[in-house]
Design a protein. Structure first.
Length: 586
């Protein structure tokens, strides 16, 4: 019976809330369909971003070179002047006065130079533009002045002759044999380099920084304050690293915690130029442009959103309404509901109409079945009523014949027959009162049978005392009827046995017990007043008929009968197996 209930439960196989929703599945399908397009958009965007980055790098390098043009020209002029002067030093080096005049003329032509001088390999400088003599032999920069075989640059934060921080261009001087005899040095003060103005498009608050480095990463010149340059350098890489990777363009955080763009470009052998801008003043370079990737992501998300809204608007809400109506109907709600599927797609509208037609058919069939069931119940009640009346009529006719018959033997036979008819009427009455139940409560039915049999015996002038001790066992009608008739026959036979006895009173104890192996035992215990007769024994015709009926009822129950006398008691026992009632067919 429990299985039947579970199988009819409309929510037994209901999926978890939110599982397998149509809108989500459709959105996932649309997302999967748009995935190749999104991937292509990403690839194209990445290629475009790569090209933009490359163009930005080139533009930034070009802007760096353009902004650094004054600084580059000054350094190259000084480098060219030093090279030209070095070629003419072989004739001037021996004439100190002529050499000084030559150096002074060059400084007069280039006032941005703080010193123009010739320094021999001995270290004693006597030829300079200001006529000052100086011994560099013990100076820390002497090895850097004399050591390189080719042109070089050096920085002296405290020039001994210029008296300020200078950038020096050094070119070797060789004699006719190619032997290095000294160097020409041209010094440019750093404050003159800082005075050079870069491109006018740069903000006054944070000007462009142009700085030159040699191959070792030493700062040579800068368009800003020389001491401010380290604060403007990137915090994540050193000048040596930038020079090793030149040309390079990148974005980094400076030592002053500003995000800046950097461009490092080689100008000549051993000379490198670095330009730097704030990122809010210049298009960034080599950075991830999220906005470029935002469009394909938005397109992908919008496709999923449109799929969700379309599925909910066109399908899900109508299917949900139809599903709720089906669930309510399956749960027993027979009140018609308005599905309101006028705006639904044609396929869902057709499904709704088919469901409504199905409901109408089911309601009509249920109404017809209910009418048939009501008619059947009325007919069954009428049959039970007429059967009971018929049994009562038969019992009355038998009693009339008993009173009119002069033969005692016939009267005894009719009395026995009357008792059996009344017992049958008693069983029928008990079954009629439980006709609307699939199973019969045997403690109530058997108690009612025992009470009715005592009443019948009293009406016949006999006394019958019955004690009942019955477990609450439920049996189907196919077992309840023969068991009740069996008990009635036993009690009727007991009453017949005590007829004509001195005391005229019969006593019995009726028990019904359920065993652990799904079996039941009916037991009737009576005092053994006449061991020679015993229960349902003897040669009388009524006793023989009773024994045959008891045997027949036992066969219907497929039971086993035992009958014994023990300790002055006559014990009748019948054990049978309790059958399971198939409630699905009732």
């Amino acid at each position: 019976m429990q299985d039947s209930k579970d199988s009819s439960d409309p929510t037994a196989d209901r999926p978890h809330k939110g599982a397998g929703r149509l809108g989500r599945r459709l959105a996932l399908l649309v997302a999967a369909a748009m995935l190749p397009l999104g991937a292509l958009s990403f690839v194209q965007t990445q290629a475009m971003q790569t090209e933009v980055d490359a163009r930005s790098e080139l533009a930034l390098r070009g802007q760096t070179l353009q902004a650094a043009e004054p600084l580059i020209q000054m350094i190259r002029r000084a480098e060219a002047t030093a090279e030209t002067l070095a070629l003419t030093m072989n004739g001037l080096a021996k004439d100190t006065l002529a050499c000084r005049d030559r150096m002074a003329d060059i400084q007069a032509a280039h006032p941005e130079y703080s010193l123009v001088a010739y320094i021999p390999v001995t270290g004693l400088m006597t030829c300079s533009s200001n006529g000052t003599a100086y011994d560099f032999t013990n100076h820390l920069l002497f090895d850097r002045l004399i050591g390189p075989d080719g042109p070089s640059f050096l920085v002296n934060r405290a020039g001994p002759i210029s008296g300020t921080s200078i950038l020096g261009m050094v070119h070797p001087v060789r004699d006719a044999a190619g032997t290095k005899v000294g160097v020409v040095s041209i010094s440019i003060p750093h404050h003159d380099l800082a005075a050079l103005q870069p491109a006018p498009t740069v903000s006054r608050d944070d000007p462009i920084i142009l700085a030159t480095f040699d191959s070792s990463g030493t700062l040579l010149a800068s368009t800003s304050d020389f001491n401010e340059v380290p604060r403007r350098l990137p915090s994540d890489r050193s000048p040596e690293e930038m020079i090793a990777a030149a040309p390079i363009t990148f974005t980094a955080v400076s030592n002053s915690n500003y995000r800046r763009n950097y461009s490092v470009i080689p100008l000549a052998d051993g000379l490198f130029l670095m330009g730097s801008w704030r990122t809010d003043q210049q298009a960034y370079v080599n950075d991830i442009a999220l906005s470029a990737y935002l469009m394909p992501v938005l397109m992908w998300l919008s496709g999923m959103l449109v799929a969700l809204l379309a599925a909910d608007r066109l399908v899900v809400r109508h299917i949900s309404r139809l599903g709720r109506a089906m669930t309510d109907f399956a749960g027993g709600n027979r009140i018609p509901q308005d599905l309101s599927l006028q705006q639904a797609p044609q396929e869902i509208s057709q499904l709704g109409r088919a469901y409504q037609d199905m409901i109408d058919i089911i309601l009509r069939d249920e109404a017809e079945l209910e009418n048939l069931l009501r008619q059947k119940q009325m007919l069954l009640r009428e049959v039970h009523h007429r059967t009971g009346n018929s049994l009562q009529l038969i019992a009355s006719i038998i009693r009339m014949h008993m009173r009119q018959s002069p033969s005692e033997e016939v009267q005894e036979m009719l009395a026995s027959l009357h008792d059996r008819v009344m017992s049958l009427a008693t069983v029928h009455l008990g079954l009629y009162q439980t006709a609307d139940q699939a199973e019969v409560q045997m403690d109530q039915l058997l108690t009612r049978v025992a009470t009715q049999m005592m009443t019948v015996a009293t009406q016949a002038g006999r006394q019958l005392q019955i004690k009942t001790d019955i477990d609450p066992i439920r049996l189907g009608p196919d077992q309840a009827v023969p068991l009740s008739l069996l008990l009635a026959e036993l009690l009727s036979g007991l009453s017949e046995q005590r007829r004509g006895q001195d005391d005229g009173q019969a006593q019995a104890t009726v028990e019904l017990r359920r065993c652990i192996d799904n079996r039941a035992v009916l037991r009737m215990i009576t005092p053994a007043h006449d061991p020679g007769q015993g229960l349902a024994r003897g040669g009388q015709a009524g006793a023989r008929i009773g024994a045959q009926l008891i045997h027949g009822f036992t066969q219907q129950l497929q039971g086993q009968v035992s009958h014994e006398t023990q300790d002055g008691e006559d014990i009748f026992q019948m054990a049978f197996h309790i059958r399971q009632t198939d409630t699905a067919t009732l």
